[in-house]
Design a protein around this ligand. Structure first.
Ligand code: DAH
Length: 346
């Protein structure tokens, strides 16, 4: 029995080594190791051996089995490699040719500015919050002191989300990042310092300065004794952070129902000397809306306006990017043109 096993090992390894294709390898494997294969058939005789010989034979049989399995694996790998090499060869593949140059992606201009502002505000003790792009009408408008009949709603051409049966009514694509004020105030209460960058959506007729989708960043500070000086300080820090000291700005009264008093901060148009299509001939471009949080908004979010006050701002990140990089048309921002975007990759 021992000699026959040794013999089978030699023959079997030879047969497996001689296989010229994966299918002939498989056939030899079955012939040797299959249910009706040579090894199995041989081992059926073990029962007839004297008991003291059985363990030795069993051990040897295992070694032979293992040797076969290893041979099958190594021959199979070699055959597969040879097959791939043959295919590449017949396809005319030349691995020595130089590859096409690698192009690295870069951050989008809005992303660059968002990251810079996040760093800046984090250094001033703010945290970064996020909110949903599909927002409750109640958060996007009502809680911000913009009830249904308020004319300010008309300036936000809202994209309404059709209600699916059984779903929460009154959903819209958020028209600004201000609802994140409401969410964070309700959740964390006062005192609070938070910024919330994100996408907003409006049913706009597109032109050089308007798109249906753009980026804003909301800021909110609520604490004891917060007033206009703190707000102006934060606005200046933001503008200097993005533009250095050179951008000319002006601040004027502005109306937003959720702040009182409210302001608008404009930057001087960098595209012209005497009025152009970007600034609509005015020489100024609106950049930031800001003001002191309306007591009604604080109250609606569970904060006592007799103890706390705050300032809020909403800045157009897309506008900041346009001004900083001299991009004349906001539609290029989300246009997906590689030749436009590649100008900003580092
Ligand atoms: N949410 C306003 C808009 O998109 C911008 C804004 C104005 C935000 C004044 C504010 C603010 O937080 O105080 O038109």
């Amino acid at each position: 029995m021992k000699d026959r096993l040794e013999e089978l090992r030699t023959e079997g390894l030879q047969a497996l080594g001689a296989a010229s294709s994966l299918s002939s390898l498989k056939a030899s494997e079955v012939q040797l190791l299959g249910k009706k294969g040579a090894l199995t058939t041989l081992l059926k005789g073990v029962g007839a051996l004297p008991p003291e010989e059985r363990p030795l034979i069993g051990q040897l049989a295992n070694q032979v089995k293992k040797a076969f399995a290893e041979k099958v694996a190594s021959v199979s790998t070699a055959l597969k490699e040879a097959q791939i090499a043959a295919e590449l060869d017949s396809a005319g593949f030349d691995s020595t040719l130089p590859s096409a140059p690698l192009t690295l992606g870069g951050a989008h201009p809005v992303q660059v500015i968002t990251r810079e502002l996040e760093d800046l505000f984090l250094s001033m003790g703010f945290r970064v919050a996020d909110g949903p792009e599909v927002e409750l009408e109640a958060n996007n408008f009502d809680a911000l002191n913009i009830p249904a009949d308020h004319p300010a709603r008309e300036s936000h051409d809202t994209i309404w989300v059709q209600e699916a049966a059984g779903e929460t009514p009154g959903l819209c694509m958020r028209t600004h990042t201000s609802p994140v004020q409401i969410r964070t105030l309700r959740e964390a209460g006062a005192p609070l310092r938070v910024i919330a960058p994100g996408r907003v959506f409006r049913q706009e007729t597109q032109d050089a300065t308007h798109d249906h989708t753009f980026h804003q960043m909301e800021g909110l500070v609520v604490d004891r004794g917060v007033g206009v000086p703190q707000m102006l300080h934060a606005m200046n820090a933001m503008i200097e952070g993005v533009f250095g000291k050179h951008l000319k700005t002006r601040i004027r009264p502005g109306y937003f129902p959720f702040v009182e008093p409210g302001f608008e901060l404009d930057a001087q148009c960098p595209f012209c000397e005497a009025g152009c299509s970007v600034c609509k001939g005015s020489r100024w471009i609106e950049l930031i809306g800001c003001g002191l949080v309306h007591p009604k908004v604080l109250k609606k979010s569970g904060v006592d306006p007799d103890i706390y006050s705050g300032f809020a701002f909403g800045v157009g990140l897309s506008r900041l990017a346009m001004l900083r990089y001299g991009i004349r048309d906001v539609r290029w921002m989300l246009g997906g043109s590689i030749s436009f975007l590649s100008q900003f990759s580092e």
